[in-house]
Write a protein that binds this ligand. Structure first.
Ligand code: ADP
Ligand code: ADP
Length: 226
């Protein structure tokens, strides 16, 4: 179970920049919700508030009915995948995926099990001993997703994860992430400025503009009401 509710959420930077203005969004269990809109409309800020990487100025954030505003990121049971991969360059793929679990003192055999399972799902088993620089962009992005999977999070957050990839790879990774959603049976929130990405991946689309939620609907509804 993982339901995420944003109730009247706002973010004001520096006392004046209203980056997010009164967002009301419900992400139901196992939904794949895409926040879409032009650069600067507040998508990333909204996602970062869900992750706990940004304080909420106004409003309430609930995960499974529990108020999260003051809960630190590590206790939110959420994993985020970033656009720039954020891999440790000096570590192998295996160590990159295991690192967070080692810090959390997860048992070694359990870490091993989770890393291999994630690597198998993402088809990166043969790269486990490599360093990130010996990987292609798509492979690196898979490692970044792998780091999120091993945490067993309730909710996955993606911040423009494909925007550094070339067009062909983007199309392929879109399909892979959609498959992953089905396979993991997880709740996912995905931020992009790319309307095609939103239309092809989302079970629900949240359109943002100038910090406000403009529209929420299914991809089919959005297609028919551009
Ligand atoms: P998007 O993800 O849709 O591109 P962002 O959430 O990154 O939009 O940004 C929304 C608005 O908030 C923009 O006007 C941006 O300049 C501003 N903003 C983002 N981060 C900060 C920050 N740390 N300090 C001040 N303003 C910020
Ligand atoms: P790692 O960054 O390798 O996972 P930690 O587990 O020590 O190492 O994480 C440090 C902090 O960053 C914790 O608060 C953790 O919850 C948060 N954090 C780390 N990775 C992620 C992620 N992928 N998504 C969300 N939060 C993360």
């Amino acid at each position: 179970m993982a339901k995420v509710e944003l109730k009247g959420i706002s973010k004001v930077y520096d006392g004046s920049v209203r980056a997010v203005d009164n967002a009301n969004i419900t992400v139901n269990d196992k939904e794949f919700v895409v926040f879409v809109g032009p650069s600067g409309c507040g998508k990333s800020t909204t996602l970062r508030m869900v992750a706990g990487l940004e304080d909420i100025t106004e409003g309430e954030l609930y995960i499974d009915g529990e108020l999260m505003n003051d809960v630190p990121p590590k206790d939110r049971n959420i994993a985020m995948v970033f656009q720039n991969y954020a891999l440790y360059p000096h570590m192998t793929v295996y160590d990159n995926m295991a690192f967070g679990l080692r810090i959390k003192k997860v048992e070694k055999t359990e870490i091993d099990r989770r890393v291999h399972e994630a690597a198998r799902i993402l088809d990166i088993e043969k790269f486990l001993d490599r360093k990130p620089k010996a990987l292609s962009g798509g492979q690196r992005q898979r490692v970044a997703v792998g780091r999120a999977i091993v945490r067993n999070p309730k909710v996955f957050l993606f911040d423009e994860p494909l925007s550094n990839l070339d067009a062909k790879l983007r199309v392929q990774m879109r399909a892979e992430l959609s498959d992953l959603h089905i396979r993991l049976n997880a709740t996912m929130i995905y931020v992009t400025h790319d309307q095609v990405e939103a239309m092809t991946m989302a079970s629900k689309i949240v359109v943002m503009k100038d910090g406000k939620v403009q529209q929420i609907g299914s991809p089919l509804y959005m297609y028919n009401h551009p």
